[in-house]
Design a protein around this ligand. Structure first.
Ligand code: PXL
Length: 274
C-alpha cells in the first residue's frame, strides 16, 4: 500500500471545531494526507473568567513536534495561530531543524469571532524568522495590511501590489486572499515574476468561520500530494468554496464551513485563473 504524505499543523485549537487545528485536520483527512498537530494555544472562552486564549508551554509545543517527527516523520508543515513572539521564535527553530521542503504559513491574527490570535510584539519575529522560509504565505486583506504597516487594501489592484511587496519578505509565493472584497472572491498569487488571479463566485452566507484555515490546509495537502503551488491554490480554492457553500450554524453564532461538502456534495467549483 502506498502511504499518504505526512502533514503537520502547528496552530491553535479551536474548541468549537470550525477553525484552527480542527479545521486543518478535517481538511487533511478529506484530502488524503496523514494529519498531525502541535497545539500552540487553546482558543475557548471561559464563561466566568471570559479568558479566551490559553497558551501552551514551550515544553508542550516542543514535545508535540518531537513526537510527530519521531513516530511518523514529516513531509509538509502548515502554521496557523502562533500567538506570541516566544512561540514564533521557538517554532521557527523547530522548523529550521526539520529541513522540510513544504512550509505553508497562514499569518493568523484575528479570528472571526474577534479573538486576538497574535500579540502585537510578535509581528517582527513573524516577518523575519518565519515568512522568509515559507513556500507560500496566505494572508487575508487585514493581515496583508498589517504586515505592510497598515496600508489600505480595498481593491484587486491593492491585493496585487500587496502580494508584490510581501514577496520582498522572502517567501517563494504570496497569496493575498480577497475574501473581503465586494463582488467575486478574487485572490492574487505572486511568485516573484508573475501575478495570477483566482476567481470564485461570492457565496451569500455568514457561516465562514475557519474558511481561511481550511483554504491554507487544503493548499498544504495538495502540495504534499504533488501538485504545483498554482494547481494547489486552484484546487484548494475550489475545495473551500464548496465548504463555504454548504456552511451552516447550529446556533445563533457564526457557523463553520462544511469540510466534508466537497466529498458529500460532489460538484467542484470552477475557479477562473488569469
Ligand atoms: O480563523 C482563524 C482562527 C485560527 N486559529 C484558531 C482560531 C481561529 C478563529 O477563531 O480559533 C485557533
Amino acid at each position: 500500500m502506498s502511504k499518504p504524505p505526512r502533514v503537520i499543523t502547528i496552530a491553535g485549537s479551536a474548541a468549537g471545531g470550525s477553525a484552527g487545528i480542527q479545521a486543518d485536520l478535517k481538511t487533511f483527512q478529506e484530502l488524503d494526507v496523514y494529519g498531525m498537530s502541535v497545539v500552540t494555544a487553546i482558543v475557548a472562552r471561559h464563561p466566568e473568567t471570559n479568558n479566551n486564549v490559553h497558551p501552551q508551554s514551550l515544553e508542550a509545543i516542543e514535545a508535540q513536534f518531537a513526537t510527530a517527527v519521531k513516530q511518523v516523520g514529516l513531509d509538509a508543515i502548515k502554521t496557523g495561530m502562533l500567538f506570541s513572539k516566544e512561540v514564533i521564535d521557538n517554532v521557527a527553530g523547530l522548523i529550521d531543524g526539520a529541513s522540510i521542503n513544504t512550509l505553508v504559513i497562514d499569518p493568523v491574527m484575528v479570528g472571526k469571532l474577534d479573538s486576538k490570535l497574535l500579540e502585537d510584539d510578535a509581528i517582527d519575529s513573524l516577518k523575519t524568522k518565519l515568512l522568509p522560509n515559507a513556500t507560500i504565505i496566505t494572508p487575508n486583506m487585514p493581515e496583508a495590511s498589517y504586515l505592510l504597516d497598515g496600508r489600505e487594501i480595498k481593491h484587486v489592484a491593492d491585493l496585487k501590489q500587496a502580494a508584490i511587496d510581501l514577496h520582498e519578505l522572502g517567501p517563494r509565493y504570496v497569496l493575498v486572499k480577497g475574501g473581503r472584497l465586494e463582488g467575486p472572491a478574487v485572490d492574487v498569487l505572486y511568485d516573484g515574476e508573475t501575478l495570477a488571479t483566482f476567481e470564485a463566485p461570492r457565496i451569500d452566507t455568514v457561516n465562514t468561520s475557519g474558511a481561511g484555515c481550511t483554504y491554507s490546509a487544503a493548499i498544504t495537502a495538495y502540495i504534499a500530494n504533488g501538485y504545483s503551488v498554482l494547481e494547489a491554490v486552484r484546487s484548494a480554492k475550489s475545495f473551500v468554496t464548496t465548504a463555504i457553500e454548504y456552511g451552516f450554524s447550529y446556533t445563533k453564532m457564526v457557523g463553520p464551513t462544511y469540510h466534508a461538502a466537497p466529498r458529500t456534495h460532489g460538484e467542484a467549483h470552477e475557479i477562473k485563473v488569469n
